[in-house]
Write a protein that binds this ligand. Structure first.
Ligand code: ANZ
Ligand code: ZN
Ligand code: ZN
Length: 865
């Protein structure tokens, strides 16, 4: 028998696919609906990791399945190839980022091909190429002309390790997203910004369109990130100067409880305070210089400075002290807060520290006595009934928010407003390896954009990578340019774009990747958009996925696309976990090849020490990562793909284990054997269902049930694990059919046909998961049509239904037993079978049968005397 040699099989088919350019996709195909499957494009770090392998297998299985379902499927691949690691490699090893990136792409592309992924490589793109980034610059100009991109001086997040600015989305707990130990600091810089805040409402509104197609948790994260809050801006008056001081509050119901007010140290009024009282200057400066992130960290002690001034509450005319405090941020609301210590945690802590008064204005519902402020250990933040609040006493505090906001507006004390947590997207980076921003500064003309015909503005080659500052600054030729307007000397912008700019539209370029006149053709893009299924990691929930949605809407508004949303459905794949092995003796994590496992226990091969075992996320620091290429060499790409898809549903965590991989190999061998060994038993002819036996019928039923189950599990959020489990059961079934029916007296004229059809469908249904394996077996069966073009099997609902029924048997109204029979039996046959039941025999023996009533599929009623 021909053995299953996965290496030969995989090489053979990959070569064939390559040669025939099998996965090339046309933008339209007659009578086929388009279906766009998109996976998040990788950063070319040099090697694929298991997370990639999982992501891309999911995408490939979906693509192959949809093709068999008759769609014209687009599945492209590309490289998110600008960014810091390339530049750091240049600093460390002296290789130019360009070379480093090229060779990494080459290696990773080779690895992707080893996995048998069905990409249309003709559409490959890479963001570091001038052909691509030219369009970044072109769009940048368009957005600038529209006023969506602008420059301003602002306090920015700065990572001392990256030596560049970070967007808010790239700061996690005060640390850099790439340097988990590096504290991000604040710096004042001139920066380019993208007005994502203009679209805040539409980004929220769009959730309606995405609901059901996107995971709820991702929508919730975006909603939270956008942070829309309704409130009131109420204007207090500074007693000492008569100046108006608007304050943003979401809790206007607490207006009668204001006992002091606070402004941020950056607030414009602070300058006037200092002018009046110079002794405060030093303290205020010190406060400004503490880190914003640290300043606002939860649980952090709050610091304040008394200005000596007062403000007047417009609602009740009360005069309260004005403070400066570090917990108030200048870039939120108005930078001034009405403080209500009895009902707000931060204000409470602050008032306690500085001995400021408190006033209760909300009391627990139904409680007669008003809370005594001296008894309070924390702020009362629940909903309750208003007290000490004039005509609003007794009102439910939640209801009072609306009523009192109206009251404030009626009296012209302020107005209702909406605030967002979302800030404009800072896109300037002071690094080399990114898209040059096409701006210039001319002494005569000011800030101007490079002419379209001069795009792309190429990255300069004559730069030095020293590790200090922005390498582009070292190119004099680049910096000293010509003004596109007046022809005089101009300084070229040396900032490059955040790489999230590149990844905000790459999926559009795939539709029309070679276009030299435009980033893409609108008509072509409209054929493919919105993307039917996007697949990637949940870590991109508020960065890439929010930017891309915004970018798409902005492109729509300059008439480059027609759709509102780029991605109709999103699948966020779960993490891949594996066992980490820690040695107490050596005080380190051992590598997998230094470990011997016995059941659930693990030992160091070197010392025999029992190790502590923990299932956790694969990571370098835990030495528990596996290299996909190595695994593919040992087990084959098909087995790896099968294991990844079988071990967990795509959105859940996947626990890596070698036993599971061996299991996948064993299963494939099992399928291989039954096909190869029984080739002669396979017939292609049409089955005549009137000529089948009980055993034939049972296999046919199992086949149709399995097709239904697999199709349903795939359609229902891609539950591939259940689909594979279904195939495994069917394989068991066909083994017993082979043993019990074929070649025995039970074999009918139809048996070979039924066996053949089942095998054929098993191969087809395995093919999205294990494409090389399936192709090889398909060829063994001498099928004339390419497996790639075969349709997904259809099930016949009628054939899935078991036609056996269970009928109860009564004798003189008493239940005496039951029979399970073929529902098509005649009444006479049913009667005959009923009288074969032992208990029925017992109760009818020797008696006179008066009558037998047969209610088909339900009951046999026997009356005796
Ligand atoms: C009075 C009040 C009473 C408040 C109360 C809260 C509770 P969200 O919901 O996140 O939008 N605030 C306003 N501007 C601020 C700033 N620049 N820096 C720090 N805090 C600021 O938060 C709005 C609330 O945060 C506002 O409502 C204000 O405090 C505070 F029982 O006003 B509140
Ligand atoms: Zn960093
Ligand atoms: Zn000029």
């Amino acid at each position: 028998m021909k053995e299953y040699n996965f290496r030969e099989v995989e090489e053979k088919w990959q070569e064939k696919w390559n040669k025939n350019n099998l996965f090339k996709t046309e933008n339209t195909v007659d009578n086929k609906e388009n279906y766009y499957v998109l996976v998040m494009l990788p950063y070319p770090s040099g090697k694929l990791h298991v997370g990639h392998a999982r992501n891309y297998t999911i995408g490939d299985v979906i693509s192959r399945y949809k093709r068999m379902k008759g769609y014209n499927v687009l599945q492209p691949m590309g490289w998110d190839s600008f960014g810091l690691p390339a530049e750091n490699a240049a600093i460390q090893n002296g290789v130019h980022p360009d070379l480093w990136t090229k060779s990494n792409i080459k290696n990773m592309k080779r690895q992707l091909k080893l996995m048998g992924l069905s990409y249309d490589w003709d559409r490959e793109i890479a963001s570091y190429t001038p052909e691509y980034y030219k369009w970044n610059q072109w769009m940048f100009k368009k957005f600038y002309e529209k006023g969506l991109i602008y420059k301003k001086k602002s306090t920015v997040n700065w990572c001392p390790d990256c030596q560049t600015v970070l967007a808010n989305e790239q700061v996690e707990d005060g640390k850099c997203w790439r340097h988990s130990k590096t504290q991000v600091i604040q710096k004042d810089l001139e920066q380019w910004f993208f007005k994502i805040t203009d679209y805040a409402d539409e980004l929220l509104e769009g959730h309606k369109e995405l609901k059901g197609g996107w995971p709820d948790k991702v929508l919730a994260m975006q909603k939270n990130w956008i942070g829309k809050s309704y409130g009131t801006e109420i204007v207090f008056t500074v007693e000492e100067t008569g100046e108006k001081l608007p304050m943003f509050t979401t809790r206007i119901d607490t207006i009668y409880g204001v006992t002091y007010a606070v402004v941020a140290p950056e607030h414009p009024i602070v300058g006037k305070v200092i002018a009046e009282n110079d002794s405060l200057k030093e303290k205020i400066e010190a406060m400004k210089n503490t880190d914003i992130i640290e300043r606002t960290a939860e649980g952090k002690e709050k610091n304040g400075i008394d200005t000596g001034w007062h403000v007047i509450n417009p609602v009740n005319g009360e005069k309260v002290p004005l403070w400066i405090a570090d917990y108030v941020l200048m870039n939120y609301g108005t930078g001034a807060v009405m403080a209500v210590p009895a009902h707000d945690e931060r204000d409470f802590a602050f008032a306690k520290k500085y001995n400021l008064p408190m006033k209760v204005v909300i009391n627990p519902k139904g409680q007669k006595e008003i809370i005594n402020v001296n008894d309070m250990e924390e702020a009362f933040t629940d909903i309750g009934e208003l007290v000490n609040s004039g005509k609003f006493d007794g009102t439910n505090s939640k209801k009072a928010i609306g009523l009192m906001a109206d009251y404030v507006e009626e009296n012209n004390w302020g107005e209702k407003t909406v605030k967002y947590r979302l800030k404009d997207w800072g896109i300037s980076r002071q690094r080399y390896w990114g898209t040059p921003i096409p701006a210039l500064y001319c002494e005569k003309c000011g800030t101007v954009m490079e002419k379209d015909e001069n795009l792309p503005v190429n990255l300069p080659k004559d730069v030095k990578f020293t590790g200090n500052g922005n390498p582009i600054e070292t190119s004099e030729e680049y910096k000293n340019a010509v003004c596109p307007i007046c022809g005089g000397p101009a300084r070229r912008e040396t900032d490059t774009m955040d790489t999230f700019f590149d990844s905000s539209w790459y999926f559009l370029r795939y539709c029309d990747p070679k276009n030299e006149k435009a980033p893409f053709d609108k008509e072509i893009v409209d054929k493919w958009f919105p993307v039917n299924q996007y697949i990637g990691g949940v870590e991109h929930a508020v960065m890439h996925l929010l930017y891309a949605r915004f970018f798409h809407k902005a492109l729509r508004d300059i008439n480059l696309v027609s759709s509102n949303e780029p991605f109709k459905r999103l699948l966020t794949q779960g993490m891949v976990l594996s066992n980490s092995y820690f040695s107490e003796k050596e005080n380190k994590f051992l590598f997998l090849n230094e470990v011997e496992t016995k059941g659930a226990k693990a030992y160091s091969i070197k010392t025999g020490e029992e190790l502590s075992v923990k299932m956790e996320k694969m990571s370098k620091s835990k030495n528990n990562g596996v290299d996909p290429e190595e695994i593919i060499l040992n087990y084959g790409a098909d087995a790896v793909r099968l294991f990844i898809m079988f071990a967990a549903p795509p959105e859940r965590e996947l626990e890596w284990n070698e036993n599971g991989l061996s299991g996948a190999v064993r299963f494939l061998n099992r399928v291989w054997r039954i096909v190869i060994e029984n080739k002669d038993y396979i017939s292609e002819e049409q089955i005549d269902y009137t000529k089948v036996s009980k055993e034939d019928k049972s296999l046919v039923r199992k086949l149709h049930q399995t097709i239904k189950r697999i199709t349903d599990s795939i359609e229902d959020n891609y539950h591939f694990n259940t689909a594979i489990a279904g195939t495994m059961e069917l394989v068991n079934e066909i083994y017993s059919y082979r043993a019990n029916v074929l070649g025995t007296e039970k074999e009918t004229s139809e048996s070979k046909k039924i066996f053949g059809e089942t095998i054929r469908d098993i191969i087809i249904m395995l093919s999205p998961f294990t494409p090389h394996f399936a192709e090889e077996l398909w060829e063994e069966l001498n099928k004339d049509k390419d497996l790639f073009n075969v349709s997904w099997p259809k099930y016949n609902e009628k054939l899935t239904i078991s036609d056996e029924v269970t009928m109860a048997i009564q004798v003189n109204g008493k239940m005496r037993g039951s029979i399970t029979i073929d529902s098509n039996l005649s009444k006479e046959e049913i009667e005959k079978r009923a009288f074969e039941v032992e208990n029925v025999i017992k109760h009818t023996e020797g008696k006179n049968i008066v009558k037998v009533i047969v209610v088909p599929k339900k009951i046999v009623n026997i009356v005796v005397k």
